[in-house]
Ligand binder design. Structure first.
Ligand SMILES: *Cc1c(COP(=O)(O)O)cnc(C)c1O
Length: 416
């Protein structure tokens, strides 16, 4: 490849124009036409998030002693999220760059705990339902932990009896989701946590999706079985803010039941010529942008803002779920416990669900294709309320136009 010469540079105006023009084929998430990957409440909240990000984008959270501003905002964000998930004075955590970093750290922390407690294990394993997020596989791959995936039950929730049977002396971690990404249901967390409590091993609750939504659904009067630190045996919880916290990308929180467990996630060394080096997560240099953005949006929205956003997303998700349930050609995988749902087709010889997804994408919507089983996945957020009617219309039309036809490469999209 030729060496690129950037020449004398391009004027600011032109560079910014180019940036805008690059967007023309991106998914239209700001208009409520995208059911994955991006989240929005309103243009005002979005511009606050962007402005806060801009102001702190160059600050470095690697060393918060140099940036007390970031330490203070991070602590504030962590404390707020801890309250949402029923933490107490012992609960301790850090911000991460999102769910993947949180889950990779969870695998490593479980391993470190086993080492710290003197368990001499030749091959460590983790036991988790097939519905738990792919990033846990990434952690298992990075650290050489065996992943024991246990099939979910017919209602798509973790099979606790089968999980118990899969646990042995080399198990270091069990996991449940609140809710799971693929079918949007909450696992029986109290029972999974009890398995961990019996054995004194870690139990992680992946609330990357539900960590903001579920506390506010409870405040809105929905009855939700306990899934957080109220469950004895839960040792850590991950909550993403760049999803239903509606902040800029790169913001999650990983909470531990106490500081000893939190220590298992951090890394410190002086085994080089550059002095003491410590970090709370995987990254070294870490932009202050996501921290400031999260702090700003959370304080701006407040309790009332999150209540309204949660109510809006939940109402839209229920409307979509009911519409799908009422169409005998479609099969809702599970009634959503929060704001995520997936559905397939009843007669796979007659309809191809991925062709249906492609038809909707051709109409300007965007969504994930997932499987098994072959399904359309929708993550419903506050931007969708004005669009639900139009979306359901297009869904019905697309289904009609596809009657009896097959015709899709069946490729799975990259899901969140
Ligand atoms: C999105 C998601 C993750 C991964 O988070 P990223 O922020 O995409 O890295 C993990 N678990 C669940 C349940 C998720 O929905």
């Amino acid at each position: 490849m030729a060496i690129r010469n950037l020449g004398s540079g391009v004027p600011v105006d032109q560079v910014l124009k180019d940036l805008e023009s690059f967007r023309s084929h991106d998914v239209r998430w700001r208009d409520g036409r995208c059911f994955t990957l991006a989240y929005s409440i309103s243009p005002e909240v979005l511009s606050l998030a962007e402005e806060a990000y801009r102001r702190y984008s160059g600050e470095n959270a690697l060393n918060t002693s140099a940036f007390p501003s970031l330490r203070r905002m991070q602590q504030d964000v962590v404390d707020i999220v801890s309250g949402w998930v029923n933490g107490d004075d012992s609960t301790a955590g850090f911000m991460t760059s999102g769910g993947t970093e949180s889950l990779v750290l969870v695998v490593r922390a479980a391993q470190k705990r086993a080492e710290r407690e003197g368990r001499n294990l030749s091959r460590m394993n983790m036991v988790l339902p097939t519905s738990a997020h792919a990033a846990l596989e990434k952690g298992a791959d990075y650290f050489g932990v065996e992943s024991r995936r246990i099939p979910v039950t017919s209602d798509w929730r973790a099979d606790v009896v089968a999980m118990r049977a899969a646990i042995d002396d080399e198990t270091i971690l069990v996991v449940g989701s609140a809710p799971s990404y693929p079918q949007g249901v909450i696992d029986p967390i109290a029972e999974i946590a009890a398995l961990a409590d019996e054995r004194n091993i870690n139990c992680h609750v992946d609330a990357c999706m539900g960590g903001v939504t579920l506390p506010f659904l409870a405040q809105l009067g929905e009855s939700i079985t306990p899934w957080d630190f109220r469950c004895v045996g839960v040792t850590s919880i991950s909550v993403d803010l760049h999803k239903y916290g509606y902040t800029s990308k790169g913001a999650g929180v990983l909470l531990h039941r106490d500081k000893t467990l939190r220590n298992d996630q951090t890394f410190i060394t002086d085994n080089w010529l550059g002095g003491m080096y410590g970090s709370s997560g995987i990254l070294g240099t870490k932009s202050g942008g996501p921290i400031a953005s999260a702090w700003a949006v959370m304080h701006h929205l407040g309790n009332n803002g999150y209540l309204a956003a949660t109510q809006s997303a939940r109402t839209s998700a229920i409307a979509i779920a009911n519409h799908i349930e009422n169409n005998p050609q479609l099969r809702l995988r599970a009634f959503p416990d929060s704001t995520l749902l997936s559905f397939g087709v009843t007669d796979e010889n007659r309809h191809d669900v991925f062709a249906l997804a492609d038809a909707l994408i051709a109409k300007g919507w965007y969504m994930d294709k997932q499987g098994p089983p072959a399904s359309i996945h929708l993550t419903v957020n506050a931007s969708h309320a004005p669009m639900v009617g139009a979306f359901l219309n297009d869904l019905d039309e697309a289904l009609l136009s596809l009657g009896g036809h097959k015709g899709s490469d069946g490729a799975y999209a990259t899901t969140e």
